[in-house]
Design a protein around this ligand. Structure first.
Ligand code: FE2
Length: 134
């Protein structure tokens, strides 16, 4: 796969300064969203790395530091995810539909697609009422 950075063809991107399309074709909002999405991926990757290192170390002090760092990365991920939600209607809709809900996640998808705002109930919550809050 190829990626572009300032009209140069580069290998598959590995960081937040790379784009899949020539930068001049991208809207400023798309460039900022790219920065946010790449940042979120980096934070999630860091959470995973710290978690694995916590499991692997036999040193309690190091494990405490790694736990602290993992928790910090979770905070960073949450902050950037909230920025993404505030700047993208699709993320706003999906996160409102799925986050902080009880019951079957898959059943919620089916009901949301079938109900389409008709007020169909999922686990006690009306899909219509969920959509009305947007
Ligand atoms: Fe971070």
């Amino acid at each position: 796969m190829k990626a572009y950075f300032r009209d140069e063809v580069l290998p598959m991107p590995q960081g937040s300064t790379t784009f899949h399309e020539s930068e001049e074709h991208l809207k400023p909002s798309t460039r900022d969203m790219h920065r946010a999405l790449v940042s979120l991926m980096e934070e999630l990757e860091a959470v995973d790395w710290y978690q694995q290192r916590m499991d692997a170390t036999e040193n309690d002090d190091l494990r405490s530091i790694l736990r602290h760092n993992r928790d910090e990365e979770q905070e960073h991920a949450a902050m950037v995810l909230e920025w993404i939600r505030r700047h993208d209607a699709g993320w706003e809709r999906q996160l409102r539909d799925y986050l902080f809900k009880e019951g079957s996640i898959v059943a919620r998808e089916g009901a949301a697609e079938q109900g389409n705002g008709s007020g169909e109930r999922v686990n006690g919550a009306s899909i219509g009422s969920l959509r009305a809050r947007r």
